[in-house]
Design a protein around this ligand. Structure first.
Ligand SMILES: C[S@@+](CC[C@H](N)C(=O)[O-])C[C@H]1O[C@@H](n2cnc3c(N)ncnc32)[C@H](O)[C@@H]1O
Length: 257
């Protein structure tokens, strides 16, 4: 289970910036209370935000609740790929799912793509190191590419997965219609009969529109089977992490093209 994610450098969804920025701002506002005591409110809010992100970072990590690994497991389990041919991991970060898929399927190849922008502590070099450590370097490949314009022909892959990426893509406008376009682009590169599993904020109307309409629309693209799983209610997620901007609205759509 999630033990396979404990030893490699997959990094944390709560990057150090989320902690350092509010704590530094909190300290600044605290200093400014010498000028005007009202700054104490801003100082308290910033310090509270910093403390929340310290808690969340620990809960996500293997040293805390290992919540990140448990969510990786959930999306991997929904993919249900037979391991023949090749799979794509869209927005692979430091490669946890690319590597785990390659480990699960000794005859399969897995490609991980990401833009590896500055907002995250992720890199192609870290992915390659992680694949090497896990002994799957020969069957994995990491490429810089955007989820909004995948550099692959239609039907290239036998399976595709993506974990917490589409909401983060900002090289397309973030209206509901365009977030759906990312799902469509991901499905475009899957073969007919191939499998897919994507985890994101699919139940957030502002991103994907009405859920029923989203699922109907996906079927309308000629997808044979599509199902929805509300992962936000998983009992391993502590209540404090169920805030809407954290894990309170996460879900998976999965199925067969
Ligand atoms: C929350 S992280 C998730 C990373 C990884 N899937 C995981 O589960 O650890 C979001 C990822 O989306 C990637 N990303 C953001 N915009 C992207 C884009 N246009 N195309 C591909 N990846 C993108 C980021 O670089 C980052 O790796």
């Amino acid at each position: 289970m999630s033990e396979e994610f404990t030893n490699t450098a997959y990094s944390n969804w709560v990057s150090t910036k989320f902690i350092v920025v509010p704590l530094v701002m909190g300290a600044l506002f605290l200093g400014l209370t010498l000028v005007w005591p009202g700054f104490a409110i801003l100082a308290a809010l910033c310090l509270l935000a910093g403390a929340y992100f310290i808690y969340s970072r620990r809960a996500f990590s293997p040293r805390g609740g290992n919540i990140q690994a448990k969510l990786w497991e959930v999306v991997l389990d929904r993919l249900d790929w037979d391991g023949k041919g090749q799979a794509l991991d869209i927005g692979c970060g430091n490669g946890p799912l690319t590597v785990a898929l390659a480990r699960r399927h000794p005859d399969g190849r897995v490609v991980g793509i990401d833009t590896w922008g500055q907002a995250w502590d992720y890199s192609k070099a870290a992915c390659e190191r992680n694949a090497q450590t896990a002994g799957v370097a020969a069957r994995t490949d990491f490429q810089k590419a955007s989820a909004s314009d995948l550099p692959f022909e239609d039907g290239t892959f036998d399976a595709a997965l993506s974990n917490f990426v589409f909401h983060d893509v900002n090289d397309s406008v973030s209206s509901a219609r365009d977030k759906r376009a990312l799902v469509r682009e991901a499905l475009r590169v899957v073969k007919k009969g191939g499998r897919f599993a994507f985890q994101d904020y699919f139940a957030v109307k502002a991103m994907y529109g009405e859920l029923d309409d989203l699922l109907e629309t996906i079927k309308g693209w000629g997808i044979a089977e599509v199902a929805f799983l509300d992962t936000s209610t998983s009992d391993f997620i502590p209540a404090a992490l169920k805030l809407p901007f954290m894990l309170g609205k996460i879900s998976i759509i999965y199925g067969t093209k």
